[in-house]
Write a protein that binds this ligand. Structure first.
Ligand code: NAD
Length: 494
């Protein structure tokens, strides 16, 4: 079998209608290793021409029903087989993502193929459960008599799946699995900064029996390939994960033919620590929530609200975690968090840290890049007495969290602090008191509220954003809905 290094060193192409092809322009984009800054590979720099070919292929596949025409149990078997193949190639897939994106093998990297496989298994199980309803219609049909009214669940059509770089394999899987379970044809556009595992995954889809042309792969930048996909008049749906800024561009571009749009966007997730919390466990949990994947995860706990009674002890605990975390190249066995994705991202994160200091925040841990090759940054803990720092308002997407003290025991007031953001993706509450936990959970405006934990609970539970964190839900049964239409069939019985 080809090793991860051999695969990465090989040629990376688009896949259109089952054919592996370069961009029509012949141009490429360089992919860098975030752990060294060195060149890893090149992928096609696709533009509107390549996108048009991929959309046409997906449309043909949808029209001739080469996927939907298989029986539900045949399609279920194919998706289960995809999961088995991901398991088979898990070590290689993990290594590709670790090298390409920088995530630590021992934490995020090893878990990624397991999670990806789980999405295919979970959504495979939905295929034969996508039932419509019979409707007890009251009105008689025109001309009299009785009528039978029922609904069908049908795929929305051709879906463009646009993913970010922070968890490349998982992001592709969590969109492809429900899209295929619903019966859609797809074009996957991975992020140009970490695009490599997508090619391996596509080969596994074909090996498992997904007919060629049903899933097409188009590499390229957001400005060229992504924008062409979202503007294309024959794309029925866009499923996007990425920044709020680009999410807004996508909404505008999708308006041309009123594509269905789901958006999983940024966050500024609060973590609330009540005085009765188990501080031993909370310290590690909060630290991991803030710094896991170098903070390059959308649910990153980037605002820490701590009751004054336990403020110093909690901050000591989180600072201890920040200082103890082993930052290094993703493949090194001792590494717990890897580098940031790019030099630009590291500069951006450091710019935020500098602004935090300039605006009066106090650095309690980290606060600077790590010298040497690669784009490493120290886990950083701030404390602030002011709620208006830029680092408390804007998504940093780096290993930076900022703590604030509160003294109130009034849950409405505490929730107000947490809700003082334009985002609403995730939140966590740390307490031993059930009543406090559930009352606060109800008051927080976010798509996911965790208690004594932080982040995605399971494939089976929906996640998504309130406010500017997005539209729609992914994961769970709700995650299928954006890929489905409901058709009512009315039969006059006379
Ligand atoms: P990004 O928005 O820059 O890019 C995401 C994807 O969109 C990439 O594939 C990119 O090429 C493409 N893109 C860029 N411009 C485009 C355009 N004009 N039209 C169409 N496509 C375009 O985001 P990123 O930097 O890759 O990822 C980080 C962001 O993603 C963060 O804001 C983070 O919070 C968010 N994110 C959200 C979730 C979630 O589930 N809510 C999960 C992971 C990441």
């Amino acid at each position: 079998m080809v090793t991860a290094r051999e695969f990465i060193a090989g040629r990376h192409l688009n896949c259109i209608d089952g054919h592996w092809v370069p961009a029509a322009s012949g141009t490429t984009i360089e992919v860098l290793d975030p752990s060294t800054g060195g060149r890893l590979a090149e992928v096609p720099a696709s533009d509107a021409t390549d996108v048009a070919a991929a959309v046409a292929a997906a449309r043909r596949a949808f029209r001739d029903r080469r996927w939907l025409g298989l029986s539900p149990s045949q399609r279920e078997r194919v998706l289960l087989r995809v999961a088995e193949l991901i398991d088979r190639d898990a070590a290689t897939l993990a290594e590709i993502d670790v090298i390409d994106n920088g995530m630590a093998l021992q934490t995020a990297g090893r878990a990624a193929p397991m999670l990806a496989a789980r999405h295919f298994r979970y959504y495979a199980g939905w295929i034969n459960k996508l039932a419509g309803k019979t409707i007890p219609a009251d009105a008689p049909p025109r001309g009299g008599g009785e009528q039978l009214v029922y609904t069908l669940r049908e795929p929305v059509g051709v879906a463009a799946l646009i993913t970010p770089w922070n968890a490349p394999l998982v992001m592709a899987a969590l969109k492809l699995a429900p899209a295929l379970a619903a019966g859609c044809s797809c074009i996957l556009k991975p992020a140009e900064l970490a695009p490599l595992s997508a090619g391996w995954l596509l080969r596994l889809l074909h090996e498992a029996g997904v007919p060629e042309g049903v899933v097409n792969l188009v590499h390229g930048t957001g400005e060229a390939a992504g924008a062409a996909l979202t503007a294309h008049p024959d794309v029925d749906k866009v499923a996007f994960t990425g920044s709020t800024e680009v999410g807004k561009l996508i909404v505008r571009a999708a308006a041309g033919n009123l594509k269905k749009v789901t958006l999983e966007l940024g966050g500024k997730s609060p973590m609330i620590v009540m005085p009765d919390a188990d501080l031993e466990r909370a310290g590690t949990g909060l630290g991991m929530a803030a710094f896991f994947m170098s903070g390059q995860n959308c649910m990153c706990g980037s605002r820490l609200f701590v009751h004054e009674k336990v403020f110093d002890r909690v901050l000591e605990g989180v600072a201890r975690v920040a200082n103890a975390i082993r930052v290094g190249p993703g493949l090194a066995p001792e590494t717990q968090i890897g580098p940031l994705i790019s030099a630009r991202q590291r500069e951006r994160v450091h710019g935020y840290v500098r602004s935090g200091v300039a605006e009066g925040g106090t650095v309690l841990a980290g606060g600077e890049p790590i010298e040497g090759p690669g784009f490493f940054y120290r886990p950083t803990l701030f404390a602030s007495t002011r709620p208006d720092l830029t680092i408390l308002r804007e998504e940093i997407f780096g290993p930076v969290t900022c703590a604030q003290r509160f003294s109130s025991d009034d849950l409405d007031a505490i929730a107000e602090l947490a809700n003082d953001t334009t985002y609403g993706l995730a939140a966590s509450i740390w307490t031993r008191d059930l009543v406090t936990a559930h009352k606060l959970a109800q008051r927080i405006r976010a798509g996911l509220v965790s208690i004594n934990n932080h982040g995605i609970p399971d494939v089976t539970a929906p996640i998504g954003g309130y406010r500017q964190s997005g539209w729609g839900r992914e994961f769970g049964a709700e995650g299928l809905e954006p890929y489905l239409e409901t058709k009512t069939v009315a039969v006059a019985l006379w």
